[in-house]
Design a protein around this ligand. Structure first.
Ligand SMILES: [Zn+2]
Length: 605
C-alpha cells in the first residue's frame, strides 16, 4: 500500500487517473493529510453553468462520473500495537503534557538521527509509570529524570517508563528521552525520508499522520493530549536549512560542520503536525496585516512559487471571514515545498502540488471549478482551523479534521468565486463517495476512518446548511462553533451537542445517519395522480430520523418535513415533474411504486 502510494505520488498525475480504476487502488493511494484521497480521473464537464448571482435555491449541474462499485475495507482485528497505541491507557491518562523540547541532529550521509526530547508533563494522579511512544526501529540511549537514569520497558511501539519514586498529582516533571538510529521510511506519507531534490542535494522530510509521529521522535502518540507548546532545535549540515513548525528563533553555526535551526511553537500542537523539512531552501516572505507569511522552496522553483503562493492571502482572508482569525499568529503561516503532495503540518504547511492549480494538475472534482485554485494550498491550510486548532480526541473521529476541511474548500470557493461555483464544487464530490462503511470508525484501536470522511462529511455539512435554512444563522453557527472549540480536542458528540444547543433543533439523528451508518437517507415518494397527492417518508437506519427538505420545482421549492412515518401532501405536479433539491441535500430519492406505504404518522408527528 505504502509503496504504491509513493510510486503514484512520484510519477504524479499521469498515472494518477489510470491506476485508480479499482477501488482497492483508490484506497491505497489516499493522499496526504490527507489531502484528498486519490480517485478516478474525472471526465470533463459537459457544460458549465453561466456565472450568475444565484439564490441558494438554484440547482447546480455536476457531471456524474462512473466509478467502479466500492467495497468495504477488509475487517482486520486490531493488533497489540493498535490496542496499545490506540487506547488512552492508564499511563497516558495519569498525566497531562506541558511541553516538548526536541533537540535533534540529522546526518544525511549516514542517514541517522540522534538527540533527545525533553518531555515536560503534569501528573493528574499519583503514579510511578508513564507511557511515551517510540518506534521499535529506533534505539533508546537513555531516559533521565534530572541525573537519575530511569528504567523502561518497550512493548509494540510504547515505552513504559518507571520512576524510582511516586510522582505526585499536580506536580510537573521533565524527562530527557535520548534516542538515535535510522528512522523508518514507510507508510502513506513517507514517515521519515532521506531523499534528494532534483539537483541531487539532500532533501529530508517527515510526514507521519498514519504511521504516527513516534516513527522519528519520542512523544505521547495519541490525539487527546497536546503540549501547550514546544521547541525544535534541529542541527543539519552547513548549507542546508531546517524548516519546522512555529516561529523561527534563529540559527547557530555549531562549528563542527553543522548549523542548528531553532523554532518555537507557541500553541498546542498534534504530534503528527510536527515536521522537519531539510533542504537547500530559498526563503521569501509577505505580510497579511500582522500575520507574517513565509515561504520556503527550492531555488529552481522560486519564480513559480512567488506566483502560485500569492493564493495564500486569499485563502487566509476567506477562512478568517468565516471562522475568525488565523489560529497561529505568533507562529506565522508558512508554506514549505516538499516532494509529496502535501500535509497540514501546523503553521508550516507542506506543499508539493507542482505550483499548478487543481490537484496534481487535474480537475479534482471534475466540474470545472477545481482548476481555479491550488487544491493543496486551500485544503491543507484549511486544516489550520479544523485539525490543528480544533483536533479530534481519537482518529476514529477524523471527519472533524477532514470532513470539515473539505467543507472549508467549498466555503473558499463560495467566498472567492461565488455561490454557483461552490454548489457545483460541493456536488462534484458526490462522485467520490463510496457509502460502504460508516464515517466514524471504532474508537480506541488506532483505526483510520474510510475516505468518505472527506466528501460525505462535507456533503453532510452542506446538507445541514439547508436544514437550518437560514444563512445568517448558518454563518454565525460556523463561526461560533470554531471559536468555541478552537485549540481544543473534541469528540463528534461535542459537535452535535453544539449544533443542537445553538439551533434549538434536534439534529442528532441526522449526524448519526450520515456519520454512524453506511447509507444516506432515501426520500421515498409514492404518487397518486388521481388524487393529486404524493405520499412521502424517509427510509433511514436511524429510527427517529427526520429532516426537512425542499421539493416541488426548483423555481418554487416547498419545504416538507418528512419523518420515517408516511405523510401525504397535495401536489399539482406529476411524478416526472416533482423534483427534490438533491444539490442542496445529500439524499437519495426513490419514486418507484410500492414505497412509502408504511404506517402513517401518528397524530402530532
Ligand atoms: Zn486533509
Amino acid at each position: 500500500m505504502a509503496n504504491l502510494g509513493k510510486m503514484l505520488r512520484a510519477v504524479g498525475a499521469v498515472i494518477f487517473g489510470v491506476a485508480l480504476a479499482s477501488s482497492a487502488l483508490a484506497q491505497s493511494t489516499s493522499p496526504p493529510s490527507g489531502s484528498a484521497p486519490a480517485q478516478q480521473q474525472s471526465t470533463p464537464p459537459t457544460q458549465q453553468a453561466p456565472a450568475t448571482a444565484a439564490a441558494p435555491q438554484q440547482q447546480a449541474t455536476a457531471t456524474p462520473r462512473k466509478r467502479p462499485p466500492a467495497t468495504p475495507r477488509p475487517h482486520t482485528e486490531p493488533t497489540r500495537e493498535d490496542l496499545i497505541l490506540g487506547s488512552y491507557g492508564p499511563y497516558r491518562s495519569n498525566n497531562k503534557l506541558v511541553s516538548y523540547a526536541l533537540d535533534l541532529r540529522v546526518d544525511p550521509d549516514k542517514q541517522v538521527i540522534a538527540g533527545k526530547n525533553t518531555v515536560t508533563f503534569r501528573m493528574l494522579q499519583d503514579g510511578a509509570r508513564i507511557q511515551i511512544d517510540l518506534h521499535p526501529q529506533l534505539n533508546i540511549d537513555k531516559i533521565l529524570l534530572g541525573t537519575t537514569e530511569l528504567k523502561y520497558t518497550r512493548d509494540s511501539g510504547a515505552v513504559f517508563i518507571d520512576f524510582p519514586e511516586t510522582l505526585k498529582s499536580g506536580e510537573t516533571y521533565a524527562i530527557d528521552f535520548h534516542y538515535s538510529g535510522h528512522p523508518l521510511t514507510a507508510a502513506r506519507f513517507g514517515g521519515f525520508t532521506f531523499g534528494k531534490d532534483p539537483q541531487g542535494r539532500p532533501w529530508i522530510y517527515t510526514a507521519d499522520e498514519d504511521i504516527g509521529a513516534s516513527v522519528w521522535w519520542p512523544n505521547k502518540q495519541q490525539w487527546r493530549d497536546e503540549p501547550e507548546g514546544m521547541t525544535l532545535h534541529i542541527a543539519v549540515p552547513n548549507g542546508l536549512m531546517d524548516v519546522s513548525n512555529g516561529k523561527f528563533m534563529g540559527s547557530k553555526d555549531l562549528g563542527d560542520g553543522y548549523t542548528r535551526w531553532d523554532w518555537q511553537v507557541h500553541y498546542p500542537i498534534n504530534n503528527y503536525d510536527v515536521a522537519l523539512n531539510i533542504g537547500k531552501y530559498e526563503h521569501f516572505s509577505d505580510q497579511l496585516g500582522d500575520l507574517s507569511l513565509d515561504f520556503y522552496v527550492l531555488p529552481e522553483d522560486l519564480d513559480k512559487a512567488k506566483k502560485q503562493f500569492a493564493q495564500a492571502k486569499g485563502m487566509i482572508q476567506a477562512y478568517n471571514h468565516y471562522f475568525g482569525e488565523y489560529p497561529f499568529e505568533k507562529d506565522g503561516y508558512k508554506l514549505v515545498e516538499v516532494p509529496y503532495s502535501g500535509m497540514e503540518h501546523q503553521s508550516a504547511v507542506s506543499y508539493g502540488n507542482h505550483f499548478k492549480n487543481g490537484y496534481l494538475e487535474h480537475d479534482w472534482t471534475g466540474v470545472g471549478v477545481s482548476l481555479k485554485f491550488d487544491f493543496i494550498i486551500i485544503h491543507e491550510s484549511g486544516h489550520e482551523w479544523f485539525g490543528n486548532s480544533i483536533t479530534a480526541n481519537d482518529r476514529a473521529d477524523m471527519w472533524i479534521h477532514e470532513g470539515w476541511t473539505t467543507y472549508l474548500e467549498c466555503l473558499y470557493v463560495e467566498y472567492t468565486f461565488g455561490y454557483d461555483d461552490a454548489l457545483k464544487y460541493t456536488n462534484g464530490y458526490k462522485s467520490h463517495v463510496d457509502n460502504v462503511e460508516p464515517i466514524i470508525a471504532e474508537r480506541g484501536i488506532n483505526a483510520t476512518p474510510p475516505q468518505d470522511m472527506y466528501f460525505k462529511g462535507a456533503l453532510m455539512l452542506n446538507t445541514l446548511r439547508y436544514v437550518i435554512n437560514d444563512d445568517k444563522k448558518w454563518w454565525a453557527l460556523l463561526h461560533d462553533l470554531y471559536q468555541h472549540f478552537k485549540y481544543k480536542n473534541i469528540d463528534t458528540e461535542d459537535v452535535v451537542k453544539y449544533f443542537n444547543d445553538n439551533t434549538g433543533m434536534f439534529l442528532t439523528p441526522i449526524f448519526d445517519q450520515y456519520l454512524r451508518h453506511t447509507a444516506i437517507p432515501t426520500l421515498e415518494l409514492k404518487f397518486n395522480d388521481a388524487d393529486g397527492t404524493v405520499e412521502y417518508r424517509w427510509k433511514a437506519d436511524v429510527p427517529d430520523f427526520a429532516m426537512p427538505i425542499r421539493v416541488g420545482t426548483k423555481d418554487k421549492w416547498e419545504i416538507i418535513h418528512p419523518t420515517t412515518y408516511s405523510q401525504v401532501m397535495k401536489t399539482p405536479l406529476k411524478k416526472n415533474q416533482f423534483d427534490v433539491a438533491t444539490d442542496l441535500y445529500y439524499v437519495n430519492v426513490d419514486k418507484s411504486d410500492g414505497v412509502a406505504t408504511g404506517p402513517l404518522a401518528p397524530p402530532n408527528q
